[in-house]
Design a protein around this ligand. Structure first.
Ligand SMILES: Cc1cc2nc3c(=O)[nH]c(=O)nc-3n(C[C@H](O)[C@H](O)[C@H](O)COP(=O)(O)OP(=O)(O)OC[C@H]3O[C@@H](n4cnc5c(N)ncnc54)[C@H](O)[C@@H]3O)c2cc1C
Ligand code: FES
Length: 265
């Protein structure tokens, strides 16, 4: 993990309010893994003072060498609004890669990925990284959900060899109508899974965890918390866990990926 000044390579609108940003990095991300995140200063001025956390969407490679990173963000407040105004050539300070990563065991043959709304980045990075996996999968299904079609970002990037993609929107404007968890349940009724990896809003993750628990399927979730430092100093990102006397873990250091059944939902 290092702190460095990065240069904005691109900052493109993906859908209303969603931006995809490429950042050139001198070093440090060669072995970054899906699920890890960065703490990004959203401009050069002092306000907002605190960096903001963003999951890695992927790595930028030139001739096989990692030269940068990509993130995908949704404008929700001051920091992300400022990020949306960044242009090619702007400099942004980055700390990373931070946190842990999804861990898909070699024995996993039937994998389910679930991405809700702006939960797409780590799931997209994970899907891409699994392409290089020896032996592949017997079944790999990606569920992508959004409120409307405008909340479906980067879905074409899941059109990968061996991956089946199911899209769901709450209002039916694209794909199946309903909640992504309903599509997930239907798929699990049709066939088993060894592991579910998910990222999205807390409510969605809670439901995914419940579905996995009832069916005794291993489940890893990427969760969010308010983060001031991203590296264990402020203790602001505590989350309750069930399996330990201390009963709290820190999302920035112990996460953001957790075994779903460890968390107090
Ligand atoms: C590990 C991690 C990875 C993340 N990855 C992504 C990503 O890939 N793409 C993306 O768009 N967003 C991601 N987020 C959420 C992102 O960090 C917040 O949306 C961002 O910090 C908001 O900053 P702001 O200044 O625009 O909003 P603010 O003005 O600070 O707040 C606006 C709203 O966003 C909520 N919010 C603010 N900070 C956070 C935070 N750290 N976590 C959760 N909610 C917050 C506030 O409760 C408030 O409702 C991630 C968060 C975490 C913890
Ligand atoms: S964000 Fe400061 S301890 Fe986790």
């Amino acid at each position: 993990m290092i702190t460095q000044d990065t240069i904005v390579l691109w900052n493109q609108v993906q859908a209303p309010g969603y931006y995809r940003m490429g950042l050139a990095c001198a070093a440090g991300f060669e072995s970054a893994r899906p699920g890890q995140f960065i703490m990004l200063r959203t401009g050069t001025e002092a306000v907002p003072l605190l960096r903001r956390p963003f999951s890695l969407l992927g790595l930028i490679r030139e001739k096989g060498v990692v030269t940068g990173i990509e993130i995908l963000f949704k404008v929700v407040g001051k920091g992300t609004e400022r990020l949306s105004r960044c242009r090619e050539g702007d400099r942004l300070s980055v700390i990373g890669p931070l946190g842990n990563a999804f861990a898909v065991p070699d024995t996993c043959r039937q994998l389910i990925l679930v991405a809700g709304g702006v939960g797409v980045p780590p799931i997209r990075f994970l899907a891409q990284s699994l392409l290089e996996r020896e032996g592949g999968f017997n079944r790999c299904v990606v569920f992508v959900g959004g409120r409307t079609r405008d909340d479906l970002v980067c879905i074409t990037e899941f059109d990968l060899p061996g991956f089946l993609v199911e899209v769901t929107t709450d209002d039916g404007s694209q794909g199946n109508q309903g909640l992504v968890t309903q599509s997930l349940e239907r798929a699990l009724d049709a066939g088993p899974a060894d592991l579910i990896c998910a990222c999205g809003p807390w409510g969605m993750l809670k439901e995914v965890a419940a579905i996995a628990r009832v069916r005794s399927i291993a489940c890893q979730v990427s969760i969010e918390a308010m983060m001031a430092c991203g590296m264990g100093a402020c203790l602001g990102c505590a989350v309750g866990v069930c399996d330990d006397d201390t009963r709290y873990r820190h999302v920035c250091m112990d996460g953001p990926i957790f075994e779903a059944q460890r968390l107090k939902w």
